[in-house]
Ligand binder design. Structure first.
Ligand code: GLP
Length: 408
């Protein structure tokens, strides 16, 4: 089995929310329509605040995004402010989403309500699920003991979960005993997952997820073999993990995905991208990097080059994030920058691309205006392949216009 993914550890919980918002915004720019599963709880509050801020700035293209509710307390409807449906309305109202698909905890037949919600996941997989982590290792309301192949259903809440919710209900006695939840199968089938974890109280659950054996005692651990899971946590949540020099590195790797329309196979990483990935892995092993950003967009709806690279990324100490909205190298540069700024404390960026990619330094040059050092490390394959060099030379003339548009 593949090793558990390496978490990206940030200084402050605020950074976790900010980065999550930038990743969601990046997805919104990449895919139309977009199907999102979004979490409730305290952890994602910063993410929602940052998304609303982006919306006010006119930088959140949310009109083709549909959000699906993850879980709900039995007995609570959207009219009850303690319900998750009400939470999502509060946090997401004003973002300009196409729709929020809610769960009705007051439905007379909760099993039928679960089946109804499951049908919308069976129609098409979720593009991105953002999740929080419970103190007992739950995700959504998939409590310890939940099977990896479970679908949407009604569950009994664990004691620790009800205790954690007690303050919001004015005491333990009023916390519902049952809830509706998306199953682990739906999460495992999502195209990409982001798990957000903040605070010391979550440190044991994060350790159990990443260091313990994968199994039903830690429901979150059953997501560890997802090929595109990114874990973003703060220092407090990571306090029980073996510390890594990557946590304080000020260096980021940016790996540019490469596809040739008509030539590159769908759902298979291209040979150029693969060579770049190997080079990035070598660099990460030689000197710690805080993270690697893997970039690449898809027009076909199949897995983007970035997503395919993440499937392959296997560096035990270097977490990877996706940038899937950039339609060309100029946009890969401009769309990656907000991710790096949200991470914080990044001073130098190493761009990994092919030796023939002559325009790359030009497209990343604006990073210097943002106080970043930029260097380039070519992949070893096809260093100066004549066909690619010829393409680059033909594309030179359009480069200034592309760069201007990407940074506008
Ligand atoms: C609740 C929710 C989860 C959430 C978790 C953590 O039980 N069902 O979806 O991720 O608790 O909540 P918080 O972020 O408030 O710690």
């Amino acid at each position: 089995m593949a090793p558990a993914p390496c978490p990206l550890v940030l200084e402050e919980p605020a950074r976790v929310g900010l980065l999550a918002a930038e990743l969601v915004a990046n997805r919104m720019r990449a895919a139309r329509p977009l199907r999102l599963l979004l979490p409730t709880g305290r952890t994602p509050e910063g993410m929602y605040a940052a998304l609303r801020e982006r919306r006010r700035e006119g930088k959140l293209p949310a009109q083709d995004t549909e959000v699906f509710q993850l879980d709900e307390y039995a007995g609570l409807g959207a009219g009850d402010e303690r319900s998750y449906a009400a939470y999502l309305r509060r946090e997401l109202g004003g973002l300009g989403l196409r729709a929020i698909h809610e769960l009705d905890g007051t439905a007379a037949d909760l099993d039928a309500e679960a089946r109804r919600h499951q049908r919308v996941f069976d129609e098409a997989p979720i593009d991105l699920a953002v999740l929080g982590l419970g103190r007992d290792g739950h995700v959504a309301f998939d409590e310890p003991g939940s099977p990896a192949d479970s679908g949407m259903r009604c569950v009994t809440l664990a004691a620790a979960t009800r205790e954690d919710a007690a303050a919001g209900f004015g005491g333990l006695a009023d916390v519902p005993e049952q809830a509706l939840t998306v199953g682990l199968r739906t999460l495992r089938e999502a195209r990409a997952l982001i798990l957000l974890v903040t605070g010391e109280t979550k440190a044991p659950a994060l350790r159990a997820m990443l260091q313990g054996p994968a199994g039903p005692a830690s429901p979150a651990s059953l997501l560890c073999d997802h090929p595109r899971l990114s874990i973003i946590c703060d220092r407090a949540a990571a306090s029980l993990l073996p510390p890594s020099p990557a946590w304080s590195s000020d260096r980021a790797l940016v790996v540019l995905g490469h596809r040739e329309p008509g030539r590159s196979h769908e759902h298979r990483v291209s040979a150029e991208s693969h060579a770049r990935l190997l080079q990035a892995g070598r660099l990460a092993e030689r000197r710690p990097a805080r993270l690697a950003v893997l970039t690449g967009w898809t027009s076909t709806g199949g897995l983007s080059e970035a997503e395919q690279m993440l499937t392959w990324w296997n560096e035990p100490d270097t977490p990877a994030l996706l940038e899937v909205a950039g339609r060309d190298t100029a946009e890969n540069a401009s769309r990656t920058l907000p991710l790096l700024e949200a991470v914080g404390d990044i001073r130098s960026v190493t761009v990994v691309t092919s030796g023939w990619h002559l325009r790359a330094p030009y497209f990343f040059a604006p990073y210097r205006r943002h106080g970043l050092r930029v260097s380039f490390r070519p992949a070893l394959r096809h260093a100066l392949a004549p066909r690619y060099v010829a393409q680059e030379l033909r594309a030179l003339r359009a480069a200034p216009g592309q760069r201007r548009a990407a940074w506008a």
